[in-house]
Design a protein around this ligand. Structure first.
Ligand SMILES: C[S@@+](CC[C@H](N)C(=O)[O-])C[C@H]1O[C@@H](n2cnc3c(N)ncnc32)[C@H](O)[C@@H]1O
Length: 198
């Protein structure tokens, strides 16, 4: 279902924007079925995939075979990433901060594995700034979570990213086509400060 929803026509443009500028060793949290893979720039040496769902990992196999980018599945939980401190150049979340049980913890882990100055790129749907839409998001969320693998509608991704100690470099928010509770999108890039702040 996630493959069908997240692979919807029209998402490709967003995915291409989300991966733009990634390079080197990239940890992708919630790799899913590899829908970002065709968009990765050639500057990326390896994608370190973190994904708990066996079905998603199986669906990703063909995309990995056909990709020119090397992919290593390194772990099952973005909240506990089995990589060394400061061992990655960049990180990517797409439609994953909505689903990870504890997004603050996942972002702390990503901050740990990123080198100083490393960037986290993210593309997420989330809490609408319109009170009327937000009210519906709160109402629908319990059903959404059950039907869509734990996906929340009311998470505020840019706030989560900044609270985890990243400095926002760019972010854009707007409604995309579709029902409003699901279509308030944020795309952004934030960096881990290079000043040694823990
Ligand atoms: C809505 S899907 C998005 C998949 C993919 N990022 C994409 O854009 O197509 C959410 C993904 O987060 C994964 N996920 C859930 N809990 C996770 C966790 N604790 N750590 C890492 N990934 C997780 C799910 O298995 C699923 O693949």
């Amino acid at each position: 279902m996630v493959e069908w929803m997240c692979g919807a026509a029209g998402m490709d443009r967003w995915r291409a924007l989300a991966v733009d500028g990634l390079s080197g060793r990239v940890v992708e949290v919630g790799f899913g079925s590899g829908l970002n893979l065709p968009h990765y720039p050639s500057d990326v040496d390896v994608v370190l995939a973190v994904e708990p769902a066996a079905t998603a990992r199986r669906l990703a196999e063909r995309r990995i075979r056909e990709s020119s980018v090397r992919v290593e599945h390194v772990g099952l939980d973005g909240q506990d990433i089995p990589l060394d401190d400061a061992s990655c150049d960049a990180a990517l979340f797409t439609f994953t901060l909505c689903t990870v049980p504890d997004p603050a913890r996942a972002l702390r882990e990503v901050r740990r594995v990123l080198r100083p100055g490393g960037a986290v790129h993210f593309l997420e749907h989330g809490l609408s700034p319109d009170p009327g839409v937000a009210k519906w998001q709160r109402r629908i969320e319990p059903v959404q979570r059950r039907l869509a693998d734990g996906c929340h509608l009311t998470r505020d991704s840019p706030a989560l990213v900044e609270r985890a100690g990243f400095v926002m470099r760019r972010s854009e928010q707007r409604y995309v086509r579709g029902p409003k509770p699901w279509s308030w999108f944020t795309i952004g890039v934030a960096v881990k400060p290079a000043d040694g702040t823990p």
